[in-house]
Design a protein around this ligand. Structure first.
Ligand code: GRG
Length: 291
């Protein structure tokens, strides 16, 4: 089931993004997009729509656009002026293959091609639904979302804090990571015409799952390997990044993550989703083997 959805997303991404002139930019966009990522966010969008009784085909342009936005954020995050990472998804990062200028432009191109895809390919949605989705997209990508989260993250490395460390950390987690989980689930609610109560409940799930996922990612930066994560390990500590593990230590971080995952189950289990169960189960299993 999960594999089928991943294949469907990959097929559509390929279809939406053909290599045209000028080749360099299309190739650079496709490079990171085509590398083996988990496709968590598009799957979350499609699975939420399925749970709510919608047809997953209607959400494919939106699901793929969210993956484009995610990949944009990965390409820019790896640049020397940001996290300066040479590897991503187990391969050389975008700027290492195409150079910095092309990597910046590939990110910008994905950021803008994503909403273009939603508008052009969502033929089964109403104009009102498309407008609502684009509104959510701009909030998630912009200063109220990824950009806000990233600047606070960067400043935290330099020990610059406008708020206390706990509030700063929560801000980073919500804006850098949970934001795209929320976008995936909120857009599915828009497509399914879900009522306000359901949308609020599922948004609460997305927020908790996003926070848990970022804490998990931070734990993995300390206890995992390049082979498991596909990126350089131990960089957060080296960069003196503000993370849950740097603030409270690995053991407390594991416990906090497991508590959040349990709270996710409390919300989502009644929807009977094998896929969300699998996502949550993988994190629980990995953390429990460490304990
Ligand atoms: C929107 C213009 C604009 C800029 C983006 C660079 C940036 C600002 C934000 C960085 C956001 C970022 C990289 C957050 C990390 C989130 C995270 C845990 C990523 C890893 O996600 P996985 O494990 O990765 O799902 P795969 O490769 O499997 O998709």
């Amino acid at each position: 089931m999960m594999e089928e959805l991943i294949n469907l997303v990959n097929k559509k991404l390929d279809e939406y993004l053909e290599i045209k002139y000028p080749k360099t930019i299309f190739e650079s966009m496709k490079y990171t997009l085509s590398l083996k990522g988990k496709r968590l966010r598009p799957i979350m969008c499609l699975e939420t729509l399925r749970m709510l009784g919608g047809k997953i085909e209607t959400a494919l342009p939106t699901a793929c656009a969210i993956e484009m936005l995610h990949v944009q954020s990965l390409i820019h995050d790896d640049l020397p002026c940001m996290d300066n990472d040479d590897y991503r998804r187990g391969q050389l990062s975008n700027h290492k293959v195409y150079g910095e200028a092309a990597a910046v432009l590939a990110g910008d191109a994905l950021l803008t091609y994503a909403p273009q895809t939603i508008i052009e390919k969502s033929t089964d949605l109403t104009s009102e639904q498309i407008l609502k989705i684009i509104h959510e997209y701009t909030k998630a990508a912009g200063v109220y979302g990824l950009i806000g989260g990233q600047i606070v993250d960067i400043e935290s490395e330099k020990q610059q804090f406008e708020k206390n460390k706990e509030e700063t950390l929560a801000y980073i987690h919500i804006h850098k990571t949970a934001v795209l989980f929320r976008l995936a689930i909120k857009t599915a609610c828009i497509i399914a015409n879900a009522n306000d109560d359901t949308t609020l409940e599922l948004d609460g799930f997305a927020l908790k799952f996003g926070e848990a996922f970022q804490i998990y990612d931070d734990i993995m930066d300390e206890i995992s390997t390049f082979e498991e994560m596909g990126k350089t390990i131990g960089k957060d500590k080296q960069a003196k990044k503000l993370t849950y593990t740097s603030l409270y230590g690995v053991e407390k971080a594991i416990n906090k993550c497991l508590v959040l995952i349990k709270e996710c189950h409390d919300i989502i289990d009644k929807y009977g989703s094998e896929i969300f169960n699998e996502f949550l189960g993988k994190i629980e299993k990995r953390l429990n083997t460490r304990k």
